[in-house]
Design a protein around this ligand. Structure first.
Ligand code: AGP
Length: 362
């Protein structure tokens, strides 16, 4: 549909695509539901999940970050062990594979050459493959045994946004349907929880002014920035750092809170921006301990927490969603912070230097 790829009144595709996330979420819930309102996935894919003793997720960039969160979904919900690998590294030191591996390729474009190289080599070994992609008929989709589509609509901006949240939603559905096929009791209704996520996304997309202000306050005059978090917040921090560096050219790194003391804390100077995520009750106090450590060394902290875990000093509070699903919404302030940082620095938001939308060379 040509209208999908018009910017309309938006100044940039990236902002349009960020705003489309609640809609994409609802589209995914709808598309993956059967007439009884249950989530459903082609039985041959669920059989492939159930036949495997270990899942290997292969991806690059933002899709790799989605894979890190996807591992949590599959291990916690479907109880199948998962390894996540950066596609370009996989070939050098191929891990000792399990007896019955299933390979999942996560790729928005379905054209990433690094991922395709792994697909070709594991197919030669006779292993089963599933591609999760936004583009039907893409190379990775055609060449894998099975495909799950993201239904996110065309993503034009080089910085991936709606594809990431769509990847997480589809991975959570894959984990849920697999778990149900094994008669596991889940303790939550994923359709309902993803609906709450879609509503929370809307609230966040309506909070642009506050996030623009935060971005200006923390990032307008800095050469670098650090993202810290523990547990899944760490993975969202990695994505936040990637978003910021690729479009604003601020040198940004994501670190696990507990790793700071093992080296990175040496980089903290007066005014160094630290973006800390606090969406997980189990690590709320420890991440706040990390914030204290960096503040004591002069850092300028921006704490993004989830409702129910917030404290007075927090800069931004995201609405409450199921604790497994927080990455689907905590990433939105990360996307918007990067967007506004790039805008304030007059960067070409949709077409950052040196980058292509799909990387078709190894
Ligand atoms: C993210 O903002 C990127 N531009 C990039 O990291 C991207 O996610 C990566 O190249 C993988 O692309 P794919 O999902 O199309 O395979």
């Amino acid at each position: 549909d040509a209208s999908d790829i018009e910017k309309g009144t938006y100044p940039h595709y990236m902002l349009k695509e960020i705003d489309e996330q609640p809609l994409v979420m609802r589209k995914i819930i709808q598309t993956y539901q059967n007439e009884q309102g249950e989530l459903t996935i082609a039985p041959e894919i669920i059989n492939a999940m159930n036949d495997s003793d270990r899942v290997y997720i292969i991806a690059a960039g933002t899709s790799y970050h989605a894979g890190l969160v996807g591992k949590q979904f599959i291990e916690k919900i479907a109880k199948i062990p998962v390894e996540v690998h950066v596609a370009s590294e996989f070939g050098y030191n191929m891990p000792l594979l399990s007896d019955k591996p299933l390979f999942i390729f996560i790729s928005q474009s379905g054209e990433t050459a690094d991922s395709r190289a792994v697909l070709v080599s594991v197919k030669e070994l006779g292993h089963r493959t599933l591609t999760i992609t936004n583009v039907p008929g893409s190379t990775l989709s055609r060449e894998a045994d099975y495909t799950l589509l993201l239904h996110a609509g065309p993503e034009i901006a080089v910085a991936s946004t709606k594809a990431y949240t769509a990847q997480l939603a589809v991975l959570s559905i894959l984990a849920e349907v697999t778990a149900k096929s094994r008669n596991y009791t889940l303790g939550f209704d994923l359709v309902h929880e993803l609906g709450i996520v879609a509503n929370a996304m809307e609230v966040l997309c309506d909070s642009k002014e506050l996030i623009e202000h935060i971005s200006r306050e923390f990032l307008s005059v800095t050469r670098n920035a650090f993202f810290i978090g523990r547990s899944v917040d760490h993975y969202v921090g990695l994505e936040g750092a990637l978003k910021l560096k690729e479009i604003s050219y601020i040198q940004a790194e994501g670190f696990a809170g507990g790793e700071l003391k093992h080296g990175t804390i040496a980089l903290i100077e007066e005014g160094t921006p630290i973006i800390a995520l606090a969406t997980q009750e189990s690590v709320n106090l420890s991440i706040r301990g990390n914030v204290k450590e960096v503040v004591a060394r002069g850092a300028n902290p921006c704490i993004i927490s989830m409702k129910g875990l917030e404290m007075d000093e927090d800069s931004f509070v995201i609405p409450e969603v199921h604790e497994l699903l927080t990455p689907l919404i905590s990433v939105i302030p990360m996307q918007l912070i990067a967007y506004y940082a790039a805008l304030h620095r007059d960067c070409d938001v949709d077409k950052p230097r040196n980058l292509a939308k799909s990387v078709t060379v190894e």
